[in-house]
Design a protein around this ligand. Structure first.
Ligand code: NAP
Length: 287
């Protein structure tokens, strides 16, 4: 069997088109959805990511600002700036690009963002909302993964799902979202004794580790849905995921490529979250 590809670029294009349409409707009511991005320091990868976020926003009709501060910025000044953005009624989403310099406490900084503007979905209030099934903001990467599974019309109810990785921004929220759809969820991590024994039982596998070839064909049940979140470099320096794509695609039923899979969906879901924040601020029920 050769797996069907879940095309993240194509799906992200659809999400962006929906966001653009809803943005126009909001603008017609005099509300311009606005995302404020803060970057501290000069990490080259962060510079690329934040530029993408600004360009994605403006291409979709949203407004976006990028404020860059030196790595030496005192934490108190960053908190003061977030406080000002929290109070600014024209700003609907606030995103602080991680990682932050070592002298800053990331959790404290994220906690300073108003939960209603936390479009990354990293605030504990939003993590808690996801846990108890209340409206909030879902972290963009697992949210995008869910959209990808939804796009193939795959019924999660009663299926076995294995999430490899337990980070606060990917693995744990991913597991909660799958659970919300009534999958039976197992979370694996670096101390998992026999990863293969778990993945072989799985109808859905989400790999979010950050190591090449964590998942090989012998670890996958025929027909499984395989979502590859990982972003790594191969020996030639090319972007690759956590999954041994060439072999796993011969066993799986569906698979996401890297690049062109979860990455573009993550970017698209940030736009969707920002728009939702603006709709909520405007007293509108998000679509
Ligand atoms: P992270 O915070 O480093 O978490 C990695 C997780 O993998 C940890 O829970 C770790 O377990 C687990 N792990 C490590 N080695 C393992 C092994 N051999 N077997 C099973 N589990 C293992 O990373 P993250 O932020 O969640 O990101 C994961 C990957 O996704 C990275 O490659 C990142 O670049 C990528 N990513 C991609 C996107 C995108 O848009 N495409 C977005 C976010 C992240 P312990 O908890 O026990 O240490």
């Amino acid at each position: 069997m050769t797996a069907q590809l879940i095309d993240g670029n194509a799906l992200a294009k659809q999400v962006r088109a929906q966001v653009a349409g809803r943005t126009q409707a909001l603008k017609a009511r005099g509300i311009v959805p606005k995302l404020a991005i803060i970057m501290v320091g000069d990490d080259p990868a962060s510079a690329v990511y934040t530029r993408h976020k600004v360009n994605d926003s403006t291409e979709t009709g949203l407004e976006a600002t990028l404020e860059r501060f030196p790595a030496t910025l005192p934490e108190a000044q960053l908190l003061a700036r977030i406080d000002a953005l929290n109070r600014d009624g024209t700003v609907h989403g606030i995103l602080v690009q991680l990682p932050l310099p070592r002298h800053m406490d990331s959790q404290k900084v994220i906690s300073a963002i108003s939960p209603g503007k936390d479009v990354d979905g990293f605030h504990v209030a939003n993590a808690g909302a996801l846990m108890v099934g209340q409206p909030g903001f879902w972290p963009c990467t697992p949210f995008g993964c869910m959209k990808m599974i939804e796009s193939i019309g795959y019924p999660l109810r009663g299926k076995n799902a294995v999430v490899i990785g337990r980070s606060n921004i990917v693995g744990k929220p991913m597991a909660m979202m799958l659970l919300q759809q009534s999958a039976t969820v197992t979370i694996c991590h670096s101390a998992t004794a026999d990863l293969k024994s778990h993945t072989l039982q799985a109808d859905v596998i989400v790999a979010a580790v950050g190591k090449r070839n964590v998942l090989s064909a012998d670890m996958v049940k025929p027909g499984a849905v395989v979502i590859d979140v990982g972003m790594n470099r191969d020996d030639q320096g090319k972007l690759c995921g956590d999954v041994d794509f060439a072999s796993v695609r011969e066993v799986a039923g569906w698979i996401t490529p890297v690049p062109g899979g979860v990455g573009p969906m993550t970017r698209a879901m940030l736009l969707a979250n920002t728009l939702t924040a603006a709709e909520r601020a405007g007293g509108q029920q998000p679509a």
